[in-house]
Design a protein around this ligand. Structure first.
Ligand code: AMP
Length: 459
């Protein structure tokens, strides 16, 4: 199968953009799906996070956009806010080859009115959660009658979360002659029914995740039930990952692990479902910025978390379901890099490891934790600090404005400035820990776009 993007019928400018983004070859799902999707076929694609699925629908919908027409032409439905934000960002990256494409996210946890204002100004692509999009339809602040591409992303999760009715109502307001692209990690009966109801002769494609299981080095260790916390420290001391997501099955575990590691001086944060959306966004951003080293989370809380360069995933406890395991460890070993997955289990949980091995068609062996004990570790601070600025997309702030404020008058070396994330109402910039104070002072005293904005360093 040809794997060069050049084999597709795409504008030269898009090919150059893909090259700039470092997308040299198509991933398996892209090679299978894009030729059909670009011809306008409906698609049912079985693909998980990490497969490159977002680019499949992003490239397809962008190829059909009329930038002169400010009606909403493409709609992407996602199960969560986090995924919506990520998808919108990926679409924006892939849209860079043509000027002035507007991508708007419509998700809960934010007031409706400013979203309605964004919509009034015109948006080509809408990305959001079914509940919030339905709210806008109810208030007549959204018109979907010009949608030519409809995407259902992580459709299985949306159904699990009870969005079926919302989805049906939304689709009923879109034109019947549209291209419908359905993405789902699993293919149970309710997904088949969804496809039957809303798609026309869909082409079915399936691909394994982008990074084969063998790019992830999986190692498992048996410990006594009462020794999980010291066993976790043993793993950290022996493997010395600079950063990791540590998964627990339940919230109590998250709290326990976070407290313990914090007391030992590790740079950690917990993520759990009860946190306010804004706090969760900030934890995600800080983790991506490498502003703390270890993220402790449950599966639900970590939903939508997508880190390009995560060296390690630790299963403090093995999940009951092998699919969840694969989803967890699939977050490392991305983009051709090697990933490390470390598992802790008790003797009584060996059957879980066996099931996980069966699901991957390999036998996963294990050692006792004492086999690697002995190493010591002095916890290190995270390399960066995240500064938060109370100005976002609504204030038309762009990453370049912030970089300019820091490196211009601020006199900070550009090399010390890392990722910059502009969200709707706030912007976040990663700076090296050694210059954090100076950078903060410069943001607090200087101006961005001619205005003063509040800035703080996130703890
Ligand atoms: P996704 O499965 O859509 O969440 O994508 C996983 C990651 O792979 C994202 O960080 C994408 O930016 C990246 N990606 C997608 N397609 C390619 C490609 N053809 N080459 C390299 N990276 C890619």
């Amino acid at each position: 199968m040809p794997t060069s993007f050049a084999t597709l019928n795409l504008p030269e400018a898009q090919l150059a953009n893909l090259d700039n983004l470092g997308y040299q070859k198509m991933t398996a799902i892209q090679a299978e799906a894009l030729p059909h999707a670009l011809q306008g076929a409906d698609l049912i694609a079985q693909a998980k996070t990490g497969s490159g699925k977002t680019a499949v629908f992003a490239i397809t919908l962008l190829a059909k956009l009329d930038p002169q027409n400010f009606a909403a032409q493409a709609l992407v439905l996602c199960p969560t806010r986090e995924l919506s934000t990520q998808v919108a960002n990926e679409i924006r990256r892939l849209a860079r080859y043509q000027p002035n494409i507007k991508v708007v996210t419509l998700t809960g946890g934010q007031p409706l009115a400013p979203q309605a204002v964004s919509l009034e100004h015109g948006a080509h692509v809408l990305v959001g959660t079914p509940g919030r999009i339905n709210d806008h339809l109810g208030k007549r602040t959204l018109d979907l009658t010009r949608i030519h591409t409809l995407v259902l992303d992580e459709a299985d999760r949306m159904l699990e979360m009870g969005f079926m009715e919302d989805i049906a109502r939304i689709i009923s307001t879109t034109p019947p002659r549209r291209q419908t692209l359905l993405f789902s990690a699993t293919y149970p009966d309710d997904i088949k029914a969804l496809s039957k109801q809303f798609q026309r002769s869909p082409v079915q494609v399936k691909a394994e995740t982008l990074h084969q299981a063998n790019a992830i080095n999986q190692q498992s260790f048996i410990c006594n039930k009462s020794e999980r916390l010291p066993a976790l420290e043993t793993l950290l001391a022996h493997f010395q990952p600079r950063s990791a997501v540590i998964f627990c099955n339940m919230k109590v575990g998250v709290r326990e692990v976070a407290e313990h590691l914090k007391q030992r001086g590790f740079s950690v944060k917990a993520l759990h479902g009860e946190m306010e959306q804004r706090d969760r966004d900030e934890v995600f951003v800080q983790f991506k910025h490498q502003s703390f080293n270890f993220l402790i989370a449950t599966d639900v809380a970590a939903r939508g978390l997508d880190i390009e360069d995560l060296p390690c995933v630790i299963n403090y406890e093995l999940p009951h379901d092998p699919d969840i395991y694969i989803h967890r460890v699939g977050r490392t070993g991305r983009a051709g890099k090697e990933g490390l997955a470390l598992n802790l289990l008790t003797d009584a949980e060996r059957h879980k490891l066996a099931d996980i091995g069966i699901a991957q068609k390999t036998e996963l062996d294990f050692e006792v934790i004492s086999a690697i004990s002995g190493a010591t570790l002095t916890p290190r601070p995270a390399p960066n600090v995240t500064l938060s600025i109370a100005a976002g997309r609504k204030e038309k702030v762009r990453p370049g404005d912030i970089l300019g404020a820091l490196t211009g008058e601020g006199g900070i070396n550009g090399k010390a400035v890392g990722k910059i994330d502009v969200l709707d109402y706030a912007a976040y910039v990663a700076v090296e820990r050694s210059v954090a104070k100076q950078a903060l002072a410069c943001l607090q005293n200087g101006k961005i776009k001619g205005r003063k904005f509040k800035a703080i360093a996130l703890a």
